[in-house]
Design a protein around this ligand. Sequence first.
Ligand code: ACO
Length: 318
Amino acid sequence: MSLPDYEPSSWTTSSNEALHVSLAEPEGAFTFNPTFTYPIFGDSEQIFGYKGLRIDLAFDCRSMYPFLGIKFEKKLSDDVKDVEKTILEFLPKETVVKDEALWLNKIEEENFEIPGKPVYTYQVDGETYKIFKFKLNDANGLKLHLRIQIFVLLFIEAGSYIDSTDDVWEIYAIYKCPEGKKESFVGFSTAYSHWKHPGTAVHDASETLELQFRKKISQFIVLPPYQSKGHGKNLYNCMVDEWLADDKVKEITVEDPSEAFDDLRDRCDLERLNGADFLNGVKLPIDKAWIEKQVAVHKMDRRQFERCVEMTLLWMLQ
Ligand code: ACO
């Protein structure tokens, strides 16, 4: 071993750069790096003890059946972190390691069917995309969920796995659906229904009270190759439109939105509200009762509604 080989830095690899995520589509693969790996490899997002380390995590584009391949030029000693074991803890047990031919066989044998039913169809650049909705009590739905949940760790800051035994979760998955060809996974969102207390007065006065719910968007991801093409907007609007049409849903909330999600949400909410001319005839200062009524009509959380009012007023003043 030459002298520089003792340098700790020469044996240290950025886990964000070492990990290559691929989506294997019929016409080739999209490969991209994760934004975060600290939930898997630790806060410093570095792996010590390897030279030339490359971790390949590939997914079949329809079933998202995972494959893990790890390569390196040199390993410092047998005591360094076992990269394969570390990452496998976050992947489903069925993940195929190293054997690419076996992975391809498994995909073919399984002949995976996309779970749930399409609830919304849209076009981007002449391609058809469908949003499928399913729950975790659907066997294929659970399979798909367990395969894609690692994206929550890789792309959402402070993201964590949801309880996959809880049937209340609803998953919305976007697939590219080219005519007569294999579908490709694009992104997904998870949502939870919380029981919404109608207030003691309403609750106590009614004997046959219908249950009311607050929907919470928990996780929301469009995979990097598909970002900035309008998929986030279509997915968010699909979910919100469904809940606006459901009388049992009284409020729509978002769990810890990232800056990018806030931006998406603002644009979609502003478009919807202004499409309905929501400030028409409103006089300043805005009446508190009007705000309460609008928040209920649009099923928005109050802070988000007030943000939209402020942004619209600022835009009108320009
Ligand atoms: N051509 C060019 N630009 C376009 C087009 C188009 N056809 N369509 C949309 N855009 C632009 C939008 O104007 C927007 O621009 P801006 O960011 O400058 O305002 C941008 O693309 C994004 O809009 P969408 O394409 O609708 O959104 P996208 O599909 O990229 O999804 C999301 C946004 C979900 C935030 C995605 O970037 C992502 O998954 N990021 C990583 C994970 C993440 O942060 N998730 C949210 C965490 S919070 C939570 O989970 C509750």
